[in-house]
Design a protein around this ligand. Structure first.
Ligand code: NAD
Length: 255
């Protein structure tokens, strides 16, 4: 109707998705590519990335796989430099790579804690700053989408360092949005509820996992596709007025 477009068209955009070797990262890359964006897919497992790269390129999209351990902070500048040289500098960053060390707080060693916070909070911060440095120098608009969690605002028992990292990324989202508002870099976060992926699939077949699912209003696990709408909103033109927001998508698990 008229000039109003209700579909998300990401043609002309390039999106970087970290942790794209499994789970939500694979889905985010597929969805962004389906909307027309070129996608740079990164993770540590090159063979998994190659499969996704071939799938997206085989379906008429454009994907470039680059191995990256997000905790190698010293390499992030060179990583973006390589993308610039290949003319694949992203203007959409999806900070998705994340992990948990599944131990009770009393069993945590300092290296476990550093690994969780380093992957889930420190790495997204420096991926964001190196990304923004480029766009601020160029005067170009850009989007950052941080993948937080309902654990950022609700205690998930037994996951304290993980929840602390996700609360941190939610606040980091607001702080960076404020700092870069005039640079037209929109920084937002999605807080997913529980979705079955490699990060948690061991749990859902256990009695505890089944009990947890039965306690949610819809008595089911959400699917990866449930995040498509929030992702496209924050990446696309309809989300241009959103910055510093966190969107919870939890299928009503924590109403
Ligand atoms: P997943 O384990 O399937 O995927 C995590 C990805 O991050 C994997 O590809 C993994 O290899 C990658 N990764 C981990 N450490 C890395 C590192 N150092 N360098 C590069 N890549 C690294 O889990 P997922 O559920 O797809 O998780 C994706 C994101 O969503 C995470 O940030 C997670 O915390 C968040 N999240 C997941 C859920 C859920 O229920 N699945 C809920 C809320 C938030």
């Amino acid at each position: 109707m008229g000039n109003i477009s209700t579909n998300t068209d990401l043609n002309g955009h390039t999106a970087l998705v970290t942790g794209a070797s499994s789970g939500l990262g694979v889905r985010f890359a597929q969805v962004l590519a389906a909307a027309g964006a070129r996608v740079v897919i990164t993770a540590r497992r090159a063979e998994k990335l190659a499969e996704l790269e071939a799938e997206i390129n085989g379906q008429g999209g454009t994907a470039l796989a680059v191995s990256l351990d997000v905790t190698d902070l010293d390499k992030l500048g060179d990583f973006y430099e390589t993308l610039r040289e290949k003319d694949f500098m992203p203007d959409i960053l999806v900070n998705n790579a994340g992990m948990n060390v599944d131990k009770a707080a009393l069993d945590y060693a300092p290296e476990d804690f550093h690994q969780v916070l380093g992957t889930n909070l420190t790495a997204p911060f420096f991926l964001a700053t190196e990304f923004a440095r480029h766009h601020i120098a160029q005067g170009s608009a850009a989007r950052i989408i941080n993948i937080a969690s309902v654990g950022g605002h609700k205690v998930l028992p037994g996951l304290t360092p993980y929840c602390a990292s996700k609360a941190g990324i939610a606040m980091m989202t607001r702080g960076l949005a404020r700092e870069w508002a005039r640079a037209n870099i929109n920084v937002n976060a999605i807080c997913p509820g529980y979705i079955e992926t490699e990060i948690n699939d061991f749990w859902w077949q256990t009695d505890g996992g089944k009990k947890q699912i039965a306690s949610w209003p819809r008595r089911r696990l959400a699917g990866k596709e449930d995040l498509d709408g929030a992702l496209l909103l924050l990446a696309g033109p309809q989300g241009s007025g959103m910055t510093g927001s966190t969107i919870t998508v939890d299928d009503g698990q924590y109403i």
